[in-house]
Design a protein around this ligand. Structure first.
Ligand SMILES: Cc1cc2nc3c(=O)[nH]c(=O)nc-3n(C[C@H](O)[C@H](O)[C@H](O)COP(=O)(O)OP(=O)(O)OC[C@H]3O[C@@H](n4cnc5c(N)ncnc54)[C@H](O)[C@@H]3O)c2cc1C
Length: 424
């Protein structure tokens, strides 16, 4: 098979190439799909193309550079977008034990941390990327990059793929171009246009998920930048119905809030706001107490001030800020606090309103909510129902998971299903 690289093709005349299987996008899902397409179809020419100069950028930055490969307990309910039933069907085809075995086979031992997250024992994302690239090579799959695909058209033989100065004829295609998150990594949403051009729909809503949320710059949280505490975020409908809660580490920043609880809540909050602009978010800074317990403890303070009490449970700056918000004198002994003051303080601590002004957008989002609906894909093969010969996998699909390795698990599982099914 000829090698073709867009970079080396300054000629305006397109360079032609023909392959049996072309995987577009060499991220987590595309690499997985390429490896399994190569292993399953040793007689076929399989090629992976990617528009990025540096391959696997997201794998390298994932998990703070350690790559949270998967989670010990992957459950379809940890995902949103498509129905849990549809997501489960794909996840079940390549489950966590299979993922662990696969990575072991390609030379990456995984370790489970207390949180249930699995990381390479080396604590280096590079180990994961290098092993995947090596396995791709072992499977005799050629990778060409940077080679950004601009258009894909149906042809008599399959597909005609065009990029800058290059044309590739492919009998079958796996589209693994990701979503729109971290566009500088190469995933800028162009895959959605390609999917559309081949007859697919894209969900009406596409928005950043696992994304930090912003607050007005003068909000007290922005002045507490650097503080990290366990907290619960609660999502409420306009009518006051409790919709969802996430408890985890929460980080106050100069722009608002980040950390696992916020990232997990973000897609639900953004979706709720799109449905109903009056839905709201509150934060509970003392997630291991009930309002009744806190009220009782405040009543029993005697000469101890509320700030002194709170300091035992949270950083001093936050304790003082919460008393300030509730307009409670930080030096008042607990025994001298009026009932109304206690109630206001309890509410400020446990149902503290967050006037979210927006989110940090795709540049800071770990994933994209929305994409190609799974109803348009055969879940046993990941082949398109509207464009035979086209397979889809990874984040381009309307599936986004919680923080903790769930998004990679979707990429491994859907990439595996597409890879073993293509070519037949
Ligand atoms: C900062 C950050 C940290 C993360 N940490 C974790 C984590 O620890 N655990 C976890 O489970 N998930 C994590 N995620 C999410 C995870 O990285 C993604 O869910 C996953 O990478 C999606 O894989 P994908 O292959 O579908 O898409 P991508 O990884 O986005 O790969 C798509 C590839 O397609 C290429 N491409 C796009 N368009 C074209 C085109 N037109 N032509 C050619 N190539 C194209 C891109 O260059 C890219 O290489 C993180 C994400 C970010 C941004």
């Amino acid at each position: 098979m000829l090698s073709v690289s867009c970079n080396e093709l300054p000629s305006p005349m397109p360079s032609f190439q023909a392959v049996d299987i072309l995987v577009i996008g060499a991220g987590a899902a595309g690499l997985m799909a390429g490896i399994w397409a190569g292993r399953t179809n040793p007689e076929h020419a399989v090629m992976l193309v990617d528009g990025a100069r540096t391959l696997g950028a997201k794998i390298l930055v994932a998990g703070g550079g350690r790559c949270n490969v998967t989670h010990d307990e992957v459950d379809a309910r940890a995902y949103a977008g498509a129905s849990p039933h549809a997501i489960k069907k794909v996840l079940d085809r390549f489950d966590v034990p299979q993922t662990i075995d696969f990575f072991r086979e390609i030379g990456v031992e995984l370790k489970r941390e207390e949180t249930g997250k699995l990381f390479p024992t080396t604590d280096r994302a590079r180990t994961v990327l290098d092993a995947l690239l090596d396995a791709t090579m072992q499977a005799k799959v050629k990778i060409e990059h940077p080679c950004r695909v601009e258009t894909v058209e149906r042809s008599a033989e399959g597909f005609l793929v065009r990029g800058a100065g290059v044309q590739i004829d492919a009998r079958q295609i796996i589209l693994a171009t990701g979503g729109k998150s971290l566009p500088k990594s190469g995933s800028d949403g162009h895959g959605h246009h390609i999917a559309r051009s081949l007859g697919h729909g894209i969900t009406e809503r596409v928005f950043p998920a696992l994304v930090p949320l912003t607050l007005p710059p003068d909000h007290f949280v922005c002045l507490l930048s650097g503080i990290t505490v366990p907290a619960t975020l609660d999502l409420w409908s306009a009518s006051g119905k409790h919709l969802r809660a996430f408890t985890d580490s929460t980080l106050c920043t100069h722009f608002g809030l980040s950390g696992p609880s916020v990232l997990d809540m973000s897609r639900h909050f953004i979706a709720a706001r799109l449905d109903d602009p009056a839905s709201s978010l509150t934060i509970n800074w003392l997630p291991d107490q009930t309002p009744e317990q806190l009220d009782r403890r405040l009543q029993d303070l005697g000469r101890v001030t509320p700030t002194q009490y709170l300091r035992a449970h949270m950083p001093d700056r936050l304790a003082r800020a919460l008393c300030d918000v509730a307009r409670v004198d930080p030096h008042i002994p607990g025994s001298e606090m009026a009932r109304a003051q206690r109630k206001t303080l309890t509410r400020s601590i446990m149902r503290c309103p967050l006037p979210v002004s927006g989110n940090r957008g795709y540049n800071y989002a770990e994933v994209t909510a929305g994409g190609v609906p799974l109803t348009e894909v055969r879940l046993d093969t990941m082949e398109s129902r509207v464009c035979p010969g086209l397979h889809l996998c990874g984040e381009i699909c309307d599936v986004d998971g919680r923080i903790g390795g769930f998004n990679f698990q979707w990429a491994w599982a859907s990439g595996y299903v597409a890879g073993v099914s293509v070519g037949s």
